[in-house]
Design a protein around this ligand. Structure first.
Ligand code: SF4
Ligand code: SF4
Length: 387
C-alpha cells in the first residue's frame, strides 16, 4: 500500500472529526456510529493493523472502511500538514486492497457488479439515459460549444432527471450552446474510484475520453459535482485534456442582477456546499454568486458552511450502498435539521445526490411543510429573467 508510511504518524488527536468552529462532529461516519474506528484516526489504526497482519479483513472491518463518505473534512481539518493531503488517498487505497482481495460488503458488490455489466448501477438500459430530454430543446451533441454531461444519478433517478431538465432549460434560455450524449453517455466512474475499484474507474475514464475525442468534445459542463471531480481531476491524470465546468460555474458567469428587473417576493434560502465541489475543488462562490444576483432572495448560512459543510452522507458510494444507514444521526437528517434552524424556506443544492438525500431526510424529519429542497437552477427559473 502506497501510503503505508503515513499511517503510524497519526496520533489520534481527533481534530479531523470537527469543523473549524467545533459545533458538532463533522466526519459523517463518526457522527453516525460514534466509534473511534469510524473516525479518520481510527481508520488509520485499522489500516495499519490490516497491513501488519494483526487484523483480518472481517465483514465488520469491510463495512467500516466502506462507510467513509469521502467528504474530505478530515483532509481539511487534520492538524498534521506533513500528511493531511494523503488521508483520503490512504483510505481509498485501503478499499482498493479489499477490492483486490474480493472482500467487499454485499451492498458494494451490488453497486459495482451492475456498473460493470450494465454500465450503470441501476441495471437500466443505456437508451433510458437521455429519456429526461424527450420533448425538450436539448439536442444530441454535434459540435456545440459544450457537452452537458448528466451522469448516472441525473439520468436514472426522478430527482436527478428533474434537475437535468431544469439545468438544461436554464442553459438554453441563457444562450449556452450545448448538446447531450443521451444513450451514448458512459458512467463517469467517480464512485467506483471512491470505492477502490481503480481498474473499473480507469476503464470507464478511457472509454469516456475515447468517446469525447471521437466526437470532438473539448468543453464539458457536468450536472453532478461527482462527475465534475472525475472528469476534471481523475481524467486529467489519465491524459484527458478537457475543460470541465460544473453547471453553477457556467451560470455564475452568465447570471447577474441585470438579468432580473422584476421584483420578486422575499425568499430565505440556505445553500449546502457539495463536498466534491467545495472541499474537493474549492468552488464555494459560484452558487452563492448566482443566489446573490436573484431578486427577493435572502441567503442565510448554516452553522457549518463552505469548507466546514457537513456532508449529506451520499458520497463515496454511500448513496447507493447506504452503509451509513438511517436514524436520527444519519448525516442527511442532521444536515436538514441544521438547515431548518436557519429559518430558510429553501435548502438549495447543486448535486443530484444531495437533492435525493435531503428530500428523503426532510420527509423523515417531518420538515416538508417548513422547507423545500431546490436545485440552484430551479431557484433561478422561478424568477422572471429579463429578455
Ligand atoms: S487530525 Fe490528523 S493526526 Fe489527528 S487524529 Fe485526525 S488524522 Fe490523526
Ligand atoms: S473523508 Fe469524511 S467520512 Fe471519510 S474519514 Fe474523512 S471525514 Fe470521515
Amino acid at each position: 500500500m502506497e501510503h503505508a508510511e503515513i499511517l503510524h504518524r497519526c496520533f489520534r488527536c481527533g481534530y479531523c472529526k470537527f469543523p473549524d468552529n467545533y459545533v458538532d462532529l463533522n466526519c459523517p461516519a463518526y457522527l453516525k456510529f460514534r466509534f473511534e474506528t469510524y473516525s479518520p484516526g481510527g481508520r488509520m489504526w485499522l489500516l495499519r493493523g490490516l497491513l501488519k497482519g494483526d487484523l483480518q479483513p472481517s465483514a465488520r472491518m469491510q463495512e467500516i472502511l466502506f462507510s467513509c463518505a469521502t467528504c474530505g473534512n478530515c483532509v481539511n481539518h487534520c492538524t498534521m500538514t506533513g500528511f493531511k493531503d494523503l488521508l483520503l488517498e490512504a483510505f481509498t487505497a485501503g478499499k482498493e486492497m479489499l477490492v483486490q482481495a474480493g472482500k467487499l460488503p454485499p451492498p458494494v458488490r451490488d453497486y459495482l457488479t451492475p456498473l460493470l455489466e450494465h454500465g450503470n448501477p441501476f441495471k437500466l438500459p443505456a437508451k433510458k439515459r437521455g429519456a429526461w430530454a424527450a420533448g425538450t430543446a436539448a439536442d444530441l451533441y454535434s459540435n456545440q460549444e459544450y457537452l452537458l454531461y448528466i451522469g448516472d444519478v441525473g439520468s436514472y433517478t426522478d430527482r436527478g432527471r428533474a434537475m437535468a431538465l431544469s439545468v438544461s432549460e436554464l442553459l438554453g434560455r441563457l444562450g449556452v450552446s450545448f448538446g447531450i450524449l443521451g444513450a451514448r453517455e458512459i458512467s463517469d466512474g467517480n464512485d467506483a474510484r471512491a470505492m477502490g475499484e481503480k481498474d473499473l474507474f480507469e476503464e470507464l475514464a478511457r472509454r469516456n475520453l475515447d468517446l469525447f475525442r471521437s466526437a470532438g468534445i473539448q468543453k464539458v459542463i457536468t450536472l453532478s459535482p461527482h462527475g465534475f471531480h472525475a472528469l476534471k481531476n481523475g481524467y486529467a491524470a489519465l491524459g484527458g485534456e478537457l475543460q470541465v465546468f460544473h453547471y453553477t460555474q457556467i451560470l455564475a458567469k452568465r447570471i447577474n442582477k441585470a438579468a432580473f428587473t422584476t421584483p420578486e417576493p422575499p425568499l430565505k434560502v440556505c445553500y449546502h456546499d457539495p463536498c466534491y465541489l467545495g472541499r474537493h475543488n474549492q468552488e464555494y462562490n459560484a452558487a452563492r454568486k448566482i443566489l446573490f444576483s436573484l431578486p427577493g432572495i435572502q441567503l442565510v448560512e448554516m452553522e457549518r458552511h463552505r469548507q466546514n459543510a457537513l456532508c449529506c452522507g451520499g458520497g463515496g458510494g454511500n448513496f447507493f450502498t447506504d452503509i451509513l444507514g438511517g436514524g436520527a444521526d444519519a448525516p442527511a437528517r442532521v444536515r436538514v435539521r441544521e438547515a431548518a434552524a436557519t429559518g430558510a424556506q429553501v435548502l438549495a443544492v447543486a448535486c443530484p445526490i444531495c437533492a435525493n438525500m435531503f428530500e428523503d431526510a426532510l420527509k423523515v424529519e417531518g420538515l416538508e411543510d417548513r422547507m423545500h429542497v431546490k436545485d440552484i437552477s430551479e431557484v433561478v427559473l422561478e424568477r422572471k429573467i429579463s429578455s
